[in-house]
Design a protein around this ligand. Structure first.
Ligand SMILES: [Zn+2]
Length: 482
């Protein structure tokens, strides 16, 4: 773990670490992102609702863009509409409204309606046009990064407009030729957010539930498990109908990725991640590779060289509860970060909080002598011989380098060395050494059950010690009796 911290801090020192967003697929039930490989394991055909929505233009509410999606649950997060630069768009008059959609799709979308094509419009002309937001949730939300620059902008002032971006695939083969985009549900959304200089703002959290801001949908899961995975999609469509933003909807059957563990439909999701800026050093990597003598030689420019040429910035962090915690400390006020490269460096920053506990059980117990039968507790108390051994060990440790180390580390923070070694009386099997002033916390709590230390007065420099998770491992150690 310390070597990973070191490598990470070196990368940071060289200016190669930054925080960004990475689009990925998540399983809302498992509340975890899946790797690209895992995603490919679970493609299956499923039914979804395809919906076409009205987007009246701000400049003329009687002119309406028709956009479509097969993920209605993602609509409360809508930020942009994307058009295809090569697509020709038609103006269609129907009743008192002029609709805009891909010329090729007019017949299909208006089947069964009365309409008249009254003109055309190019993608170029549509780009930049502002439309009325579908939902009011994020209109007044301030874009966090704009606040730092001293010129706060709201999402309402910035997004809700027509864009074009090469990362967004827009075709006039299906739908309406105008695609709905959020900032946080996929690679295309993410690319547009980046291009528009807007912070990603997810409307659904990683467990698949709507965020509190989406007031009409709080408590709902985007793709609920059970009888009707389209239940939330239907609620969204209901909302669109009530607010005059629904044009039509129909059921589509398409190939969709599912969790290989639990079969839940995956959600595209953009989540924060720490990156190594590989592209900054790519030329150097390629140059070094060029000087490297490969055996067999074709690997240099072949497989390995190809891999280097296509290397992108590396999303190095994971949303997991295991693994090495990244050694990043961030100031809540300024947002400045500090990266710690080693344990020593960490201790130098806040020595008083360093707790070193040695928990040891290493002596003969009843369980060692009695054959263990399934379901019968053989007893784990130390034998007479074991207890003598434990006490002997306690004495030797108290006089050992460990005690000298305690003196050294506590000397640095200017307090009196404290240390204690005990054979726990109740089970008579656990030996403790507690090597710092946190003893005060241990002694005044229920932990006395485990640690028979006389209560000590709280030293003044201990004022803000909170008994916290740091004791979690300590207690687990006693319970497990290892
Ligand atoms: Zn799952």
């Amino acid at each position: 773990m310390e070597s990973i911290w070191w490598a990470f801090s070196e990368l940071h020192r060289k200016g190669l670490i930054y925080e960004g967003y990475k689009p990925m697929h998540i399983c809302p039930r498992c509340a975890t992102p899946l790797s690209n490989f895992e995603v490919t394991l679970g493609y299956k055909d499923r039914e979804d609702l395809s919906v076409i929505m009205n987007f009246p233009l701000v400049e003329d509410p009687h002119t309406v863009l028709l956009a479509w999606t097969t993920t209605p649950w993602s609509l409360p997060g809508n930020f942009w509409l994307a058009v295809g630069p090569k697509i020709s768009y038609a103006k269609v008059q129907s009743g008192s409204t002029t609709y805009i959609l891909a010329e090729k799709l007019v017949e299909k979308v208006f089947a069964g309606r009365e309409y008249e094509v009254v003109g055309t419009v190019s993608a170029e002309e549509l780009i930049g046009k502002r439309y009325q937001p579908l939902f009011p949730y994020f209109v007044d939300t301030i874009i966090p990064s704009s606040e730092k620059s001293g010129k706060p902008r709201s999402y309402g002032d910035t997004v809700f407009k027509v864009v074009s971006n090469e990362a967004v695939e827009v075709s006039d083969e299906d739908g309406t030729g105008i695609v709905h985009l959020t900032s946080a549900t996929g690679e295309d959304s993410n690319a547009v957010a980046k291009a528009e200089g807007v912070d990603v703002l997810p409307h659904v959290s990683i467990d698949g539930f709507f965020v509190n801001a989406a007031t009409d949908f709080v408590g709902l899961n985007a793709k609920p498990e059970g009888e009707d995975p389209m239940a939330t999609d239907k609620k969204v469509i209901e909302y669109l109908k009530e607010h005059g933003r629904h044009f039509s909807h129909y059921t589509v059957r398409h190939s969709y990725p599912h969790c290989w563990r639990c079969d839940t439909p995956l959600l595209p999701y953009t989540t924060g991640s720490w990156f190594v800026a590989i592209e900054k050093i790519k030329q150097d990597l390629l140059a070094q590779n060029g000087k490297t003598n490969w055996v067999p030689g074709h690997i240099r420019d072949g497989r390995f060289g190809e891999w280097l040429r296509n290397a992108r910035d590396w999303a190095i962090s994971r949303n997991r509860y295991w693994g090495t915690p990244l050694p990043i400390w961030r100031c809540e006020e300024t947002g400045e970060i500090e990266v710690i490269g080693s344990r020593d460096e960490l201790m130098a920053k806040c020595p008083i909080r360093f707790t070193k506990l040695t928990v040891l059980r290493h002596a003969e117990s009843e369980g060692n002598l009695t054959p263990i039968y399934q379901g019968v507790n053989p007893g784990t108390d130390l034998t007479e011989k074991g207890r003598r051994k434990a006490e002997e060990l306690a004495r030797s440790l108290r006089a050992s380098p460990a005690r000298r180390a305690a003196r050294r580390s506590l000397g640095e923070v200017g307090s009196e060395p404290r240390s204690a070694g005990r054979v726990e009386k109740r089970t008579e099997e656990i030996f403790w050494m507690v090597l710092d002033s946190v003893v005060c916390d241990l002694a005044r709590t229920e932990r006395q059950n485990y640690l028979l230390l006389p209560p000590r007065p709280r030293p003044p420099n201990c004022a803000d010690h909170r008994p916290s998770t740091r004791f979690g491992s300590l207690r687990a150690g006693t319970k497990d009796r290892h």
